[in-house]
Design a protein around this ligand. Structure first.
Ligand SMILES: Nc1ncnc2c1ncn2[C@@H]1O[C@H](COP(=O)(O)OP(=O)(O)OP(=O)(O)O)[C@@H](O)[C@H]1O
Ligand SMILES: [Mg+2]
Length: 267
């Protein structure tokens, strides 16, 4: 192990880094320390405009911490985090400003309003979106109704809109929450372990849903442990380990990497 445990990890095999001005999201040398423990260790990677990327890696690799840094929840000790071709330094903004910029995040547990209808959940998410819907219009505009219909089509909950949020299955709640994120029309969606606890059928539908969202022009970063799901996504994969990039490439390339097998897939 000793030759591997350098403080500044070498660039991972297969890494395809864009320049600052080409990248939608640009992380360079990002380090986060909690009480002397390096959760992120000189983490560097880029996401292209319009790209969907899957992020894998063992428990404690720093995947959620990476999302915390992008969304302004955690400040890095060191390193650069830029959005939109280097125009915006995310480390200088707070969480609300980052949401307003167009970075939406879905946490692992669904947080829909259980005692509101599915439709009202989505309405509330749209109302919270001041850019898209001027507050002076108290009544729902035709545009807002159209947008709601569109989102229900995408998340396949059209026929469930009258039910209470709490009556949905776990998978349906996750889709509703993804729909509520879409109401913000984010340029980049960060999704942490969306298929944990889902049935196989729900997992397959979630891959299809994220592919559709990505095809509609939203960039997506999705963290998952479920390799069937990651295969269904059919996108480039980044494997994190001990807070840095261990390998990057297609799922086949990454899963053939000896160190990835050693620290993650082979367990
Ligand atoms: N607020 C915090 N304070 C102290 N330690 C933390 C904090 N947040 C994360 N850590 C530690 O940082 C490391 C990385 O955690 P992180 O949650 O980012 O891992 P992960 O890759 O998301 O893992 P998992 O696959 O289990 O979700 C872990 O060792 C974790 O215990
Ligand atoms: Mg996590």
């Amino acid at each position: 192990m000793s030759d591997i445990e350098t403080l500044e990890p070498a660039a991972a095999e297969g890494a395809a880094r864009k320049t600052l001005t080409e990248a939608l999201l640009y992380l360079d040398g990002v380090t986060v320390t909690f009480d002397g423990f390096r959760a992120l260790n000189a983490l560097s990677f880029t996401i292209d405009p319009g790209e969907m990327r899957a992020i894998i890696g063992p428990n404690g690799a720093g995947k959620t911490t990476m999302m915390d840094v992008i969304t302004g929840k955690t400040r890095p000790d060191k390193g650069d985090v830029f959005f939109d071709g280097g125009t915006t330094d995310l480390t200088k903004l707070d969480e609300t400003q980052i949401v307003t910029l167009g970075i939406g995040r879905k946490f692992q547990k669904p947080t829909v309003f259980e005692s509101h209808t599915v439709l009202d959940n989505l309405r509330l998410a749209l109302k919270g979106q001041r850019r898209a819907l001027p507050n002076i219009f108290r009544r729902e505009t035709a545009a807002a109704r159209e947008r709601i219909d569109e989102i229900f089509e995408t998340i396949k909950l059209t026929e469930h809109r009258g039910r209470l949020g709490g009556a949905l299955s776990h998978g349906q709640k996750q889709w509703l929450e993804i729909g509520m994120l879409l109401a913000q029309d984010p340029r980049l969606l960060l999704v942490d372990e969306p298929v944990a606890g889902m049935t196989d059928a729900e997992t397959a539908q979630t891959a299809e849903l994220l592919r559709e969202i990505n095809a509609n022009g939203h960039s997506v970063v999705v963290v998952e442990h479920d390799m069937t799901f990651v295969r269904d996504l059919g996108v480039r994969v980044l494997c994190l380990h001990e807070g840095s990039v261990l390998a990057e490439g297609t799922l086949d390339q990454v899963s053939a990497n000896e160190r990835v097998i050693e620290v993650y897939l082979g367990r």
